[in-house]
Design a protein around this ligand. Structure first.
Ligand SMILES: Nc1ncnc2c1ncn2[C@@H]1O[C@H](COP(=O)(O)OP(=O)(O)OP(=O)(O)O)[C@@H](O)[C@H]1O
Length: 178
């Protein structure tokens, strides 16, 4: 059976950093956002932020709130690997779908970091779609919480705090992998 480590967390909490620790260990990481980007391409649309958001909403409306998880499951099964990472869990129905498919081999990890620290990191990473003001990060937090991410974080199997150095955080993720 495939063991799965899936990450959930607020914007800029450190999910990509956690995923990169897995990748460095040679573990395949499936990004749930990529599933939506694939559907954008399949529909012949440009991969803009608006189109990705629209297709994500449309998929959830037509195929249920666990739509993206449902599309990830065959990918995980086809990969036929011992260990897989998942970046981008956003709601309880997704967690339920994964638990139904993989049982106790599925471990949900909540990456926790306070707003102020996340905002400092956002300023430092200079990503094109990032916010310039802490109030914009709060708006993004609210949007994610509106999709049920808070509840998904509450049912996580493990909580990893990321409010110290990057090295310390990477060590914690490495310990989980081991
Ligand atoms: N402990 C840390 N110390 C310093 N910088 C960190 C730490 N953890 C993460 N970062 C940096 O903070 C930024 C945000 O982290 P990351 O991109 O991993 O978050 P994310 O949860 O994937 O964000 P999003 O959901 O917005 O895509 C990145 O530039 C990352 O390198």
């Amino acid at each position: 059976m495939t063991k799965i480590l899936a990450f959930v967390g607020m914007p800029a909490s450190g999910k990509s950093e956690a995923a990169s620790v897995l990748r460095q260990e040679g573990i395949t990481v499936i990004n749930m956002g990529d599933v939506i980007r694939e559907e954008v391409v399949r529909r012949g649309l440009e991969p803009t932020d608006v189109n990705t958001g629209g297709v994500g909403t449309d998929l959830r409306e037509k195929e249920g709130r666990d739509a993206v998880a449902k599309r990830c499951i065959p990918k995980i099964q086809a990969a036929n690997e011992d260990f897989i990472g998942i970046d981008g869990v956003r709601s309880v129905p997704e967690v339920e779908r994964f638990k139904e498919a993989f049982g106790s081999d599925f471990t949900l990890v909540s990456v926790d970091s306070p707003l102020e620290i996340r905002f400092e990191r956002v300023l430092a990473r200079k990503r094109s779609d990032d916010m310039k003001d802490i109030s914009e990060l709060k708006v993004r937090d609210e949007r994610e919480l509106g999709w049920g991410m808070g509840e998904a974080m509450e049912i996580a199997d493990v909580v990893v705090e990321n409010n110290d150095t990057l090295d310390e955080f990477r060590d914690k993720i490495m310990a989980l992998v081991k």
